[in-house]
Ligand binder design. Structure first.
Ligand code: NAD
Length: 333
């Protein structure tokens, strides 16, 4: 028994972050059980794990009861639509996965006596009035705006996790994740990194919402995964920001992408999306002190890896462009 491998359940396993977490936990010698209903994820992200004896997969919607046979040591709850294009299209599912889905997983963690880490988000800070955002800032969220379905589901998720921790003594961890990017994102999911890379690879102009002065701070996926692992094995139950504080404006980022792609494309300016946060930068002092963690991969290096990943995709995938439909729809309002 003492030598038995530890078993971890990863929800959202077919998604961007979930699939990288599966890889990392398998590499660390765990048995990994992936779960996903493919609402925004894709089988391709797990293709390389087929036949791996330490990996199992269950197709399941976690908003329905989640029952697992056998023991579980850890749960990483990453299932949720995560990009504005998704949660605008599937608002009810977004609310349900953060609330009902999280409740189901907390019940499972309690039944199995497992430690659970949930993926929260910088969106709990809304359009922040404090900059950069430390964990004790309570946020500025429009509950009824189009993005409220995601932001509020994640805020509810945090409350429920803390209630299970305080009331049931469950071992819980909360990662407040800031913009993360890397291979296996969807090119057409509306998030700015794949959107700009996709547009530059297709030779299109890059779409900027508003004047492009709004800021973002991008974290490379390997750094994020390292932070999640350290948080899981820490003994801290309250939220911890994980992200890269290296902040830049969207317009400067667009120029970086055009330079990398050696592209002659121009910038197209469109109306700012409703409730799009104007600035975003994590205060990661707590993660530094608690987890001895800081992001190590520069934007230049991370974007280069990501660009090469997308450049190698089959052409028909590159030409599918939901982002365009999304921008058109937003400007019809
Ligand atoms: P993603 O869309 O690539 O992955 C999410 C996965 O969850 C998908 O595979 C989807 O099919 C699955 N899923 C959704 N609803 C489900 C349900 N009801 N049952 C089972 N599976 C379901 O998104 P991502 O970027 O990998 O995000 C993963 C998690 O990290 C999300 O919880 C997201 O809120 C959080 N997060 C991500 C970022 C980021 O920058 N990528 C930032 C903050 C928070």
């Amino acid at each position: 028994m003492a030598n038995q491998k530890k078993r971890v359940l990863i929800t959202g396993a077919a998604g961007f972050l979930g699939s990288h977490l599966c890889d990392r936990f398998l590499a660390e010698g765990f048995t990994v059980l992936g779960m996903d209903n493919f609402i925004t994820g894709h089988k391709d992200n797990l293709h390389h794990l087929e036949g791996n004896p330490n990996f199992e997969f269950i197709e399941h919607d976690i908003t329905k009861f989640v029952g697992i046979e056998g023991s579980l040591d850890y749960i990483l709850h990453f299932a949720s639509p995560a990009s504005p294009i998704d949660y605008v299209k599937i608002p009810i599912q977004t609310l349900k996965v953060g609330s009902l889905g999280t409740h189901n997983l907390l019940g499972l963690a309690k039944a199995k006596d497992a430690r659970i880490l949930i993926a929260s988000t910088s969106e709990v800070y809304g359009d922040p009035l404090v900059h950069p955002q430390p964990e004790d800032y309570f946020g500025n969220v429009n509950t009824i705006g189009p993005r409220g379905v995601y932001d509020e589901a994640k805020r509810f998720q945090e409350s429920m996790v803390m209630a299970y921790h305080r009331f049931h003594g469950l071992e819980t961890r909360i990662a407040r994740i800031f913009n993360t990017y890397g291979p296996r994102m969807r090119l057409n999911d509306g998030r700015v990194v794949p959107a700009f890379i996709g547009q530059s690879l297709r030779g299109e102009n890059l779409t900027i919402f508003g004047d492009g002065q709004q800021t973002r701070s991008f974290c490379y996926v390997d750094d994020l995964v390292e932070g999640v692992v350290r948080l899981l094995f820490s003994n801290y139950a309250e939220p911890v920001n994980l992200g890269n504080p290296d902040e830049l404006s969207i317009i400067d980022f667009a120029h970086e992408i055009l330079e990398l792609a050696k592209s002659e494309s121009k910038l197209d300016f469109m109306k700012l999306t409703e409730n799009d946060p104007l600035q975003r930068q994590p205060d990661i002092s707590l993660a530094k002190q608690l987890l001895n963690w800081t992001p190590k991969i520069s934007r230049k290096e991370g974007i280069k890896h990501t660009f090469s990943y997308f450049a190698a995709l089959p052409k028909e995938q590159l030409l599918r462009n939901e982002h365009k439909d999304f921008t058109t729809r937003n400007n019809e309002k």
